[in-house]
Design a protein around this ligand. Structure first.
Ligand SMILES: NC(=O)c1ccc[n+]([C@@H]2O[C@H](COP(=O)([O-])OP(=O)(O)OC[C@H]3O[C@@H](n4cnc5c(N)ncnc54)[C@H](O)[C@@H]3O)[C@@H](O)[C@H]2O)c1
Ligand SMILES: *[C@@H]1O[C@H](CO)[C@@H](O)[C@H](O)[C@H]1NC(C)=O
Length: 315
């Protein structure tokens, strides 16, 4: 806690992700200032965070060593950007995913902060070189891409701009580690970063298998949730290979290399994700989980409860 004491982090944009970041940094004992350009929105975010922190405390899921009341005492909201940035050493931008909006926000941020302040973006899909293109000193800019909900899913992908200083990546890495997130470094920017590239590979092959009539929507989801997902919650694909042959990775490759390459060669083209095939898959998932708000919220709540349990288990 000593390193966080009195230090300030500013969150710009108080939607779903901005509020989650605030809770993550509060749990590490940082002072958090929230700014939103919709007047009153940041104050509303504080009310929402208070409710969530109190619920988390009741269910013994509150992160960090401070009580909900102590964490809330570190939180403030601002409708004025300059005041919100005063004293901050780290800024986490979390406005909606729009390139032009992000470019102008970062341009504005730069005019209000000192040269040592790290400017970090939550973008999921935009390239750092685009997001920061209007910043003069891009050496202190970085993408810190969280996974929703960051309070339970701890991964943060750190993606540098080509000019980002290694010390800036190191700072983001130790900050994320300190507040209990699980940072990973990308050595250079790439479209989709690492998580979405792997996720899209899974989505594409799952989609093709259903579209081609090989398997049902229900069963392909079980392939993940009852099969691959069971181990992937704890070990990744590399360790999986290493453990799945008696003598480790080399042995695994000896045994399975050809089979893997043979199967990969049969993968189909990129699906359209539209038209008749989308309508058919939508109909099938709709029979399992109707697409109205009531059913969707209930399933989201279930997902978050399960993730909460899993994150407890992983500790
Ligand atoms: N939702 C997810 O699953 C997820 C996961 C990872 C990353 N992200 C990324 O996080 C970012 C935020 O996503 P979200 O889901 O929280 O969005 P959101 O729409 O819930 O929240 C955006 C907030 O930003 C505010 N805002 C808009 N323009 C602003 C500006 N110029 N200055 C200050 N505030 C401004 C809005 O008033 C709103 O409160 C996006 O870049 C998104 O890609 C989202
Ligand atoms: C640019 O940012 C880096 C990292 O914060 C800082 O060390 C450097 O002094 C800045 N340069 C200028 C010209 O402001």
């Amino acid at each position: 806690m000593s390193s966080s004491k009195g230090k300030i982090i500013t969150i710009v944009g108080s939607g779903l992700i901005g509020r989650s970041w605030a809770m993550v940094f509060l749990s590490g004992g940082y002072k958090v200032k929230i700014y939103d350009n919709q007047p009153g929105q940041a104050a509303k975010a504080i009310m929402e965070i208070r409710k969530q922190l109190e619920e988390l405390q009741q269910s013994h899921m509150l992160r960090g060593s401070l009580s909900a009341t102590e964490q809330l005492a570190l939180l403030s909201s601002h409708d004025d950007l300059a005041l919100a940035l005063e004293g901050a050493f780290f800024v986490q931008e979390s406005i909606f995913e729009d390139l032009e909006a992000k470019q102008s926000v970062f341009k504005a941020l730069e005019t209000h902060v000192g040269e040592g302040v790290v400017l970090s973006s939550s973008t999921s899909c935009l390239m750092p070189s685009n997001v920061f293109s209007r910043v003069q000193n891009r050496t202190r800019c970085i993408v810190s891409h969280p996974v929703n909900p960051p309070y339970y899913v701890r991964l943060v992908e750190l993606v540098p701009h080509p000019e980002t200083l290694p010390t800036v990546v190191d700072l983001a890495y130790s900050l994320m580690t300190e507040v209990g997130q699980a940072p990973v470094r990308l050595n250079k920017e790439i479209d989709g970063f690492a998580l979405n590239r792997v996720q899209y590979a899974i989505i594409a092959e799952s989609w093709r298998l259903v579209k081609d009539g090989i398997i049902s929507v229900k069963d392909i989801d079980l392939v993940m949730s009852e099969g691959l997902g069971m181990r992937y919650a704890f070990i990744g694909p590399m360790e999986t290979m290493h453990l799945n042959a008696p003598e480790g990775l080399e042995d695994y490759l000896q045994r399975y290399r050809q089979g893997i390459r043979r199967v990969l060669a049969t993968f189909g083209p990129i699906p359209e994700f539209a038209g008749e095939e989308a309508a058919a898959i939508n109909k099938e998932i709709g029979e399992l989980i109707p697409g109205d708000q009531e059913h969707l919220s209930a399933r989201r709540e279930r997902r978050d409860q399960l993730l909460m349990g899993l994150s407890k288990l992983k500790k």
